[in-house]
Design a protein around this ligand. Sequence first.
Ligand code: XMP
Length: 317
Amino acid sequence: DWTPDQFIESTVADLRAQIGSDKVILGLSGGVDSSVAAMLIHQAIGKNLYCIFVDNGLLRKNEFEDVLHSYKDMGLNVKGVDAKNLFYDALAGLTDPEAKRKAIGKVFIDVFDQESHQVEDAKWLGQGTIYPDVIESVSVKGPSATIKSHHNVGGLPDYMKLQVVEPLKTLFKDEVRLVGKTLGIPDTIIGRHPFPGPGLAIRILGDITPEKVAILQEVDHIFISSLKNTGLYDQVWQAGAMLLPIQSVGVMGDERTYERVVALRAVTSIDGMTADWCHLPYEFLADVSNEIINKVRGVNRVVYDISSKPPATIEWE
Ligand code: XMP
């Protein structure tokens, strides 16, 4: 029978044999898969694994700093790269969801390629591909897919010419989590909700500006912290907030306001392919809504998304 301990033991031995004293490059996303893949390869080859974690400016509030810190605590040889402005520049004025995804994918490739050139003589590219990614394209929209759609733009970036090493290729998500737990990866990383590669860019409907990102980060932070504080976080598959491209009238004191609307979304799901809207308690929603409207300047209305997938999707873009 499959056990995480056995899997780790045999995989680490295989990786050692396969990689020897070569150098491996791996892009960390903050998600479960890339983190577990990194820890496995790290166990096998230590500092010869060069991890790259890119701040695209579209992550949750404090996420980049917090996760980078966790990675360092885990002993990973990781470089954090602040590329926020490159992403913001590339996104400026774009409103079409696919155009935003493409722009983000392209900047990511450029940044990653440049960083990978700093690692002399790297031979391998580590990836957190898991079994469902292999059998069907569940993660069609995942980072690797984004990368593929750019293959023919000016030839292959150099890092994609490296040999690929994918230690999680035979595992399902729950097995990946077990392996991660056994490897001592903190729960804050193992238990986290899925988060889309393009991040908050596809939760800000319309064009992206750093100001909008900052507003959405505050809203999202209140929502997610409240889910954690009330013990609801682990019952939800995925949650987040959308910043809508409209304003609505409100009132504050004697004054009328004309400010932004945010939509909260929380779903339950097994695999993200179908999902039900989550019946969060009214009291909880009321508290979150009050806190958002009281604390986040520029937002005067909060709505809750009660659509399931299909026919709606989890993300709004
Ligand atoms: P939808 O919105 O299609 O999302 O119901 C299903 C799952 O996929 C995630 N998602 C993405 N992940 N790049 C990603 O890496 C993307 O472009 C992307 N779009 C959606 C979404 O967060 C959900 O978990």
